[in-house]
Write a protein that binds this ligand. Structure first.
Ligand code: GAR
Length: 192
C-alpha cells in the first residue's frame, strides 16, 4: 500500500441508499477532514446516494455494470483522471477483481454490516438474529481480492436485544457505520 500524506482525493462507490456516502460527505466538509471527495460512482442509475452527491455538487457518474472488465477499465481511467488516492466502498454491491485492486494500487476501504470475520456477504442481520448472537456490529476493512476478508481497520459492536428484528438491528448497525467510517479513514491515513 502506498504511503499517504495530506488531504486525499477520494472516490466513493455506491449502489443504493447512500447513507454512508452522506456521512462521508459530512465528514469531508469538516475542517479537520483528511479527505476531499472528488468523485462518486454508482452502478445503479436510480441510487438515492446520487442525489446527495448532486446536492453537494460532487462530480458523480452512473456506470452501467454489464461486464466486469469494461466496467473496471472505465473506472480505472476515471480514477486516474481525477487523481484519486483512496476509494471508499459505501454500500457498493459489486465485487472488484484482483486485477482492478492491483492496478489501482492505492487503498480501497469497505464498510460491512457485521463483526467480520463473521457473516461475510449478504443478509448479515438475519443471520446474526437467527444464530441468536448477543452482539452484532460494523466493520471497516481494506479490500482485497477475497470477499470481506481484508485487514480490519475498525470495528464496533452493538447489543442484539431479544426484541430486535432485522429492521431494528439494521438501523442500529447503520448508526454505528456512520460513526466508524470517518474514524477508520483517519486511522488508516494516520497510521504510517
Ligand atoms: C450498509 O449497511 C453497508 O454496510 C452495506 O450496505 C449498506 C448500504 O447502506 N454494505 C454491504 O453489505 C457490502 N457488502 P447505505 O447505502 O445507506 O450506505
Amino acid at each position: 500500500m502506498e504511503k499517504l500524506s495530506g488531504k486525499k482525493n477520494t472516490a466513493v462507490f455506491i449502489s443504493g441508499r447512500g447513507s454512508n456516502l452522506r456521512s462521508l460527505i459530512k465528514y469531508s466538509k469538516t475542517k479537520k477532514s483528511l479527505i476531499r471527495i472528488v468523485l462518486v460512482v454508482s452502478n445503479n442509475s436510480t441510487a438515492k446516494g446520487l442525489d446527495y452527491a448532486n446536492k453537494s455538487k460532487i462530480n458523480n457518474i452512473f456506470i452501467k455494470y454489464s461486464k466486469r472488465k469494461s466496467f473496471e477499465d472505465r473506472l480505472l481511467k476515471l480514477l486516474k483522471r481525477n487523481n484519486v488516492d483512496l476509494i471508499c466502498l459505501a454500500g457498493f454491491m459489486k465485487i472488484l477483481s484482483g486485477s482492478f485492486i492491483r492496478k489501482f494500487y492505492k487503498p480501497i476501504l469497505n464498510i460491512h454490516p457485521s463483526l467480520l470475520p463473521k457473516y461475510k456477504g449478504l443478509n448479515t442481520h438475519s443471520r446474526a438474529i437467527q444464530n441468536k448472537d448477543r452482539y452484532s456490529g460494523a466493520t471497516v476493512h481494506v479490500v482485497n481480492k477475497k470477499l470481506d476478508s481484508g485487514k480490519i481497520i475498525l470495528q464496533k459492536k452493538v447489543k442484539i436485544l431479544k426484541s430486535d428484528s432485522e429492521k431494528t438491528l439494521e438501523k442500529k448497525v447503520l448508526k454505528i457505520e456512520h460513526k466508524i467510517y470517518p474514524k477508520a479513514i483517519v486511522k488508516l491515513l494516520t497510521s504510517y
